[in-house]
Design a binder for this molecule. Structure first.
Ligand code: TRP
Ligand code: ZN
Length: 885
């Protein structure tokens, strides 16, 4: 572990590299108890970075130096300097070749960064700064090099040897070892390097590019998973086609490989030609993966594939520009998923996620702009802000420019910057130049953190036939800046007449009425737009499709929200009206709970839900979304001071009332859906996803009745379904039910049946970790002793500890502080094993300012305890110290 306190790095200090690496030749000798890495770097002075020959400072960590040569001359100890983080040599000419040999230990690498072992296979994870744990290098994305990689290993244990690009040679050695050489014709930064060695099977397919050339597609997995790859392969082919059609982007190598590994810090990694995936984002078949898991595989396969253009061909100049590739790529994968399934449902899910989690990040101690200005540890900045809000920013550009203008801009961006390492400014510049627009003010979305508020008021004049909307924007202070300048906020809106129809919109000064939905650009702190020719007072439908990541408020009353729920032509806003209605009702109940009054649910909410259930014309997935009450985490986010018990009680009580009042309608919907499910074999299609989502949410309400008939239906579904979606939903319903004997029996049968499938066991852990029944912490602690659990596997940590601390609010926030103490202990343990995972698991504790005094003191106490616990990784140090600042 580090010995010095981590330093803050600033965007304003960016300097081009002193040297460039034209060629990188790597040789790996993989052994059971060590690996030898030889690197030959063909280097030269960067002509754009000044004159003279400054010392060459290479990054390198946890490497044992065996030998070093400069232009073939062996260097001795006095000729170079070696520290914990750097190797410094003095070049004697503007062009030179540097050779180093190092010994490293992938077999004991628990941080899962650099070269490591996942089970029996070797694999790598280099983004962001992991390559420096493999060899000494200029480990920064603006140094792009052509790589050749040779690797050798025992042939029996590691029959498959992979790296980036194309295979160019292979052979056998006498001692039972074999080797392979790969060459990547494209220049790339070191973070896109990858290597895999293992006993892997693959499924193979081909894709014919628009230009007519075939690409070989392979998905490599451990042999027992070979039956779970087809969905990922289908997703890959769809992604390749979609990127050709929608962005005009073709794949550029003759082979594209995906490898699934069980131990992985994130979802997946876009290494050139050799994507490495968390197995949870590759493996999917009906019997073992839920609909949500199928959709996640489709989205992540697409995301990583799309990086080939947004990230690899055009990469980032420095890590402050991370959203250049991540925001844009998330935007692209969201568009793909929308086109493959239901666009409105996809938008609803994304917005619910953004509002719950990214808004909370924006309001917390780690708040940062989409393009951060500083960081201590870049791994901490793979955030919802960089990814999800970054995607919203790209989406707003498209909303402002229109679909065609946006495509012109992206074409220009690729054409101009192919093969380069560039900035967010370069991206915006391409959009500006292709469209002849000025996005200077818009760019504040990249530099200012925080979620803007947009308060809207109306004024109607019957005499003049005018209707005005006044927008007032503001943005709360965040750690890096107190003062915020106005944002450019695209507000898509419509006006509904008394029949619920959109009226044609005519702004004051316009010759005639135009479209019924349009985008207003709010650019000032306060701005009024006046519509003319409005005969009767309309009802506004604001921020359609969630056209900007802001907190919009308009003084709707509950009847108006019910009206929008039924009539808004924008599906997203129909859902959002329902959410706003639910929030109003729930907040009223929270107040009643706090005042010690009996709880009383506004019957209008029940009526609205009843109407939804009766309406057969609505898409079933939409009905399911609309029947879902806002989550506890979102209600906490909306609270000034989050009252955990009141929020839980209010939501529970409302769910119970819905179940009681609408029992017959819910049962009718459930029975109809389950009948179809029983008669139809599983399909991973939008239509099936929709049916099962409605079926399962109906079942979860129905179980609140406690009726024996519902218990029997649940058991029937649990036992007789052909897929994990129905099975897991039934299990979750049992786990949260009072039927102890049935719950225990189902949990045991499930674990017995799936004990050899780690991804299914993750689901089993999560369902139990999320149960709000009393005694949650004891259950989680007991599950940590289960043979299928391991603190070294990130998926297991997320499934059990992450689900408990992030979703089981009533148990995690226990007033005796036991949940906080448990999490802090775990973070301290993980800090030494896997800093990236430790730092992520810490998130719930960083939100201490949201809670009442007692909880604040307990949470801060645990943060202090972590801080004092000894030698902290830069990952944990940054989050803890910023949280306490
Ligand atoms: N670039 C990866 C993505 O597709 C993110 C990623 C994968 C990552 N593994 C990582 C980031 C490890 C940091 C550390 O989004
Ligand atoms: Zn990504």
């Amino acid at each position: 572990m580090r010995t010095e306190q981590p330093k803050t790095i600033y965007l304003k200090d960016y300097k081009a590299p002193d040297y460039l690496i034209d060629e990188t030749h790597l040789t790996f000798e993989l052994h059971d108890d060590h690996t030898l890495v030889h690197a030959q770097l063909v280097m030269r002075r960067n002509p754009d970075a000044g004159t003279g020959l400054p010392p060459l400072v290479l990054d390198g960590q946890e490497l044992e130096l065996l030998s070093i040569k400069l232009d073939d001359a062996e260097l001795s100890t006095g000729d170079y300097q070696l520290t914990e983080a750097h190797l410094t040599v003095q070049p004697g000419a503007a062009s030179f070749v540097l050779d180093t040999s190092a010994r490293i230990h992938p077999e004991t690498n628990t941080a899962l960064e650099g070269l490591y072992k996942s089970g029996k296979m070797f694999c790598t994870q280099c983004e962001a700064e992991g390559f420096r744990k493999i060899t000494w290098y200029l480990d920064r994305p603006d140094v792009m090099s052509r790589f050749t990689t040779s690797l050798s290993a025992d042939k029996q244990q590691y029959p498959i040897l992979l790296s980036n690009g194309n295979p160019i040679a292979s052979g056998e050695d006498e001692d039972g070892r074999h080797w392979a050489t790969w060459e990547d014709p494209f220049k790339k930064p070191a973070y896109l390097f990858a290597l895999v060695a293992g006993d892997l099977w693959c499924i193979e397919d081909t894709f014919t590019r628009a230009s007519g050339k075939d690409v070989t597609l392979r998905i490599y997995v451990e042999p027992e998973n070979i039956d779970k790859c087809q969905h990922a392969m289908n997703s890959l082919k769809k992604s390749m086609k979609w990127d050709e059609e929608v962005y005009g982007r073709e794949y550029d190598l003759d082979i594209f490989m995906i490898v699934a590994v069980n131990d992985f810090n994130m979802g997946a990694m876009e290494n050139k030609g050799l994507n490495i995936f968390n197995s949870s984002c590759v493996l999917a078949k009906a019997e073992t993966a839920t609909d949500a898991a199928h959709q996640r595989v489709e989205a992540v396969v697409a995301h990583e594939y799309f990086h080939n253009w947004t990230g690899n061909r055009v990469t980032c100049r420095d890590w402050f520009q991370l959203s250049l590739k991540e925001g844009f790529t998330v935007y692209r994968d969201a568009g793909f998923s929308a086109d493959m399934n239901s666009a409105t449902v996809k938008r609803i899910e994304d917005v619910a996620y953004l509002r719950t989690h990214q808004f909370a990040e924006d309001g917390g101690p780690m708040a940062h702009p989409v393009r951060p200005a500083s960081f201590m540890e870049i791994s901490n900045f793979y955030t919802l802000t960089v990814y999800e809000k970054g995607s919203e920013v790209v989406g707003m550009i498209r909303t402002l420019l229109g679909a065609e203008g946006f495509r012109k801009g992206s074409d220009l961006f690729f054409e101009r910057h192919d093969g380069q390492a560039v900035t967010c400014d370069d991206f915006v510049k391409a959009m500006e130049d292709a469209n002849g627009v000025d996005l200077t003010q818009f760019k504040r979305w990249y530099s200012q953190a925080g979620t803007p508020r947009l308060a809207v008021t109306e004024a109607f004049s019957e005499a003049e036939g005018t209707y005005s909307l006044t927008f007032r924007q503001s943005c709360p202070p965040t750690p890096e800046s107190a003062e915020k300048l106005p944002f450019v906020i695209p507000v898509e809106l419509g006006l509904l007449n008394a029949e619920g129809q959109d009226i044609p919109l005519q702004l004051k000064g316009e010759a005639e009425p135009g479209a019924t939905s349009r985008v207003l650009s709010v650019t000032e702190a306060e701005q009024t737009f006046t519509f003319t020719g409005v005969k009767a007072k309309p009802l506004p439908s604001l921020l359609r499709g969630f056209s900007a990541p802001v907190k919009l408020s308009f003084p709707y009353n509950r009847d108006q929200l019910m009206f929008l729920m039924q009539h808004d032509s924008d599906g997203f806003n129909r859902w959002d009206a329902g959410q706003q209605l639910s929030v109003q009702v729930l907040q009223e109940l929270i107040g009643q709970h706090q005042a010690g009054q009996p709880l009383n649910v506004d019957t209008r909410l029940i009526t609205a839900f009843g109407t939804l259930l009766e309406d057969d014309s609505l898409d079933q997935a939409m009905v399911a979304e609309m029947l879902s009450l806002p989550g506890e985490a979102y209600l906490m986010e909306l609270s000034e001071v989050a009252d955990v018990e009141a929020i839980h009680a209010a939501r529970d009580f409302t769910r119970q009332r819905i179940a009681d009042e609408l029992f017959d309608a819910l049962l009718a919907r459930y029975t109809a859906s389950r009948e179809v499910s029983r008669a139809t074999p599983y399909e991973a299609s939008a239509e099936h996803f929709a049916r099962r989502s409605l079926q399962n949410i109906a079942l979860s309400y129905l179980m609140l009745s406690g009726h024996d008939a519902v218990l029997q239906a649940t058991l029937e579904q649990y036992e007789h379904c052909d897929n994990m979606t129905e099975r897991l939903a039934a299990l979750a319903v049992l786990v949260n039910s009072p039927f102890e004997a049935e719950r225990a029996k189902a949990l045991e049968a499930f674990a017995e049946h799936f004990k050899d499938n780690p991804l299914v066991m993750d689901q089993w852990f999560s369902v139990q970790a999320g149960s709000p029944l009393p005694g949650g912490l004891e259950r989680v602690k007991a599950l940590m002793q289960h043979p299928a659990f391991s603190v070294r596997n990130p998926n297991k940590v997320r499934a059990l500890i992450g689900a408990f601390a992030g979703q089981n609010h009533i148990n995690f926030h226990a007033l005796d502080g036991s949940g906080y103490r448990f999490l802090a202990d775990l973070v301290i343990e993980l800090n030494a094993l896997n800093p990236q995972i430790a730092s992520r698991q810490l998130t719930p504790l960083t939100r201490w300012r949201k809670f009442g005094e007692a909880r604040q003191a307990l949470m801060k106490g645990e943060l202090e305890r972590i801080k004092a616990s000894g030698s902290l990784s830069s990952d944990v140090f940054e989050v803890v110290s910023k949280s306490l600042a």
